[in-house]
Design a protein around this ligand. Structure first.
Ligand code: ATP
Length: 337
């Protein structure tokens, strides 16, 4: 699949190939209370070097989508249908060996809590060198030198000495720096960061984002940033997907989504903040009501029961995605709410 590029002069290429292509992804969970569908037909593409933000309230399916792309879903989840293609290759069909080579070397992930990706019982140095040795084939000595360089690059003071320390001796912000260092150590083409700064205080959040910005810009890495923080997404990302009830309800450039949101849900998330002026809220404003449980979604649009603009049709027929928005009553493109 190809994504339309910016208008190009005659003779220039008009499209760029997608690095990652997610097509109609459906993920189901089997639970003691029955099965439910957490991700319902999610499609998107990310081009090389592009930064895509995914926003939405808790439970909208952001993390499950990311985990499905990385093949990190737990045993209760199954990809029921859909495709994940990386440079045209079918990620969902990768055999175990190929998956191991792909993860780390070409696609890496940073989690909200780096303690979930760092092994608390293994010294930091070993965790960084293992990745370098496995994916880049470095010998022990070269990997140790590179590991110290990487930790210094992400701003860990006294990096060479800190290689001998365990994760618990690092602060939350420093651990997240280590996680970013490991994630970018093999120059991945794609980095997925799932709420990478949510657990950190505001100053440290900004430092970690600056770091991710610098490291990925230098490498030309495509980034998928999952965040509750619209301020972060609007400064960091080129395009935004808005998820609700396991679906993408609106997608567009950051300017379109923040400056002229069309779906009533996106508009509610943004509150009454005028287009691209003033700081955006650090947290999504709370919208009256709560999303329906994945196992008990009513017919029609999942947002209808909370939507001030809902009409009869919204409670009966689930709207399809059309021109970047899945809504029966969405504001037309370009028209400001
Ligand atoms: N381990 C699990 N077992 C059963 N259902 C799950 C499990 N993990 C996620 N789900 C289902 O998937 C839905 C989407 O979860 P997901 O973690 O992707 O949401 P999210 O948008 O990332 O929210 P948050 O911002 O809180 O991380 C949940 O509402 C839940 O129904």
């Amino acid at each position: 699949m190809t994504i339309p590029d910016a208008p190009a002069a005659p003779g220039e290429r008009l499209t760029m190939d997608a690095l990652l292509d997610v097509d109609d992804l459906v993920v189901r969970f089997a639970t003691p209370n029955g099965d439910h569908t957490a991700v319902r037909g999610v499609s998107f593409s990310v081009a090389a070097g592009e930064r895509l933000g995914i926003v939405g309230e808790s439970g909208s399916g952001k993390s499950v989508t990311a985990q499905a792309v990385m093949r990190l879903l737990g045993p209760a989840a199954t990809v029921e249908s859909g495709a994940v293609r990386f440079e045209g290759r079918d990620v969902l069909a990768f055999p175990r060996d190929e998956l191991r080579r792909w993860r780390g070397a070409q696609a890496a992930m940073v989690f909200q809590d780096p303690l979930s990706s760092l092994n608390p019982l293994v010294r930091i140095g070993r965790q960084v060198t293992e990745t370098l040795r496995e994916h880049l084939g470095m010998d022990r000595g070269a990997a140790a030198v590179r590991a110290a360089e990487l930790l210094a690059e992400v701003g860990i003071p006294d990096a060479a000495a800190r290689l001998r320390d365990y994760p618990m001796t690092f602060s939350g912000g420093m651990r997240q720096r280590v996680a970013v260092a490991i994630a970018v150590s093999c120059s991945p083409r794609l980095l997925i960061a799932d709420e990478p700064t949510t657990a950190l205080d505001v100053t440290v959040q900004a430092q970690v984002l600056d770091l991710m910005d610098r490291m990925t810009a230098e490498l030309g890495t495509a980034v998928i940033l999952i965040s509750h923080d619209l301020g972060v997404v609007s400064t960091f990302c080129d395009r935004v997907l808005v998820m609700y009830g396991g679906r993408v309800v609106e997608s567009g450039t950051t300017e379109e989504i923040v400056g002229a949101p069309r779906h009533p849900y996106t508009r509610a998330l943004l509150g009454s903040i005028p287009a691209m002026t003033g700081p955006l809220p650090r947290r999504l404003p709370s919208i009256p009501g709560s999303p329906p449980q994945a196992g008990a979604r009513p017919p029609g649009c999942s947002f209808a029961s909370r939507c001030p603009l809902a009409e009869d049709v919204c409670h009966e027929i689930e709207p399809l995605m059309k021109d970047g928005v899945a809504c029966h009553v969405a504001t037309a493109a370009g028209e400001r709410p």
